[in-house]
Design a binder for this molecule. Sequence first.
Ligand code: TRP
Length: 343
Amino acid sequence: MSVSSSKQRKRVFSGVQPSGSLTIGNYVGALQQWTREQHHYESFFCVVDLHAITVPYDPAELRAKTREVAALYLACGIDPAISTVFVQSHVPAHSELTWLLNCVTPLGWLNRMTQFKDKAARQQADSVATGLLDYPVLMAADILLYQTDVVPVGGDQRQHLELTRDIAQRFNNLFGETFTVPEAMIPPSGARIKGLDDPLAKMSKSLTESEYHAVYLLDPPDRASKKIMRAVTDSGRDIRFSDDPEKAGVNNLLEIYEAFTGETREAIEAHFAQARGYGDLKKQVAEVVNAALQPIQQRYRELTSDGHFIDELLAQGAQRASLVAKATFARARENMGFLMPPD
Ligand code: TRP
């Protein structure tokens, strides 16, 4: 194996689809964690554009969002000097390995995926793309190409991670030791921000939601405040962390406050014991959120003011990622019995 594909440190791989706009939920559930973990692992952070085309989409928006998501990774603290940031479709081995893995993945495994069933149910049955069913195999290819040890993802991706492990083990059994079997790193439940308009559902970045569903990382302060001030609560006045579904709205606001201040739950409840009702809570949540978003937005504007900077960075990232991906792909191909292609 070449030096570039051998591991100095344990590897992390994760990605976000360039569909919709990144929310404070993505920040707390993913980017905050990635930013922390990049110092402990050799990290690959991918903008998974090939996943974004598994449901109907607009090409111009895909192009814009791919750059936007990459720039937001950096604006949120991913350091390209220590982590590899790249676009999935720039490294063809992702698509190529998907085909090989398709042929070791029983169809029954994919038919069981709950995310597929949910997403398919939201479309006309006769227009659901084959790629939507195959989505988890592409995700397995993403992860396995980098011999990934740890995958930081939200709890909703647990089943996809299990499938990735199953595919890796099946491949290794059939064709000999080829892939590292990865572990999921799921953040604690407090890192799962819910919709402001529907505090029982995960905050989603898809644009089909109502205007008051999510705070986007690029929302100007007045818009972010307005959304938070309109958040669904209950008719009581008790400001406490709680898993009672009736109190889900207030609990969500408190968890947002917790994620953005890093204070303990005891300190937060003590702090709000004197608050004058939910209006006061919301106002303070809006303040801490806007205080955190301001530097992210400032950095985003700097990164995107030079039209080429992000594209150049992504070109370097793709080069670095390719070194590792190509080595794994070559091994998989050889173990499966393919002739090495002529140069
Ligand atoms: N399916 C993931 C999500 O929706 C995105 C993703 C694609 C991903 N490939 C990945 C996450 C590989 C981690 C690792 O969140």
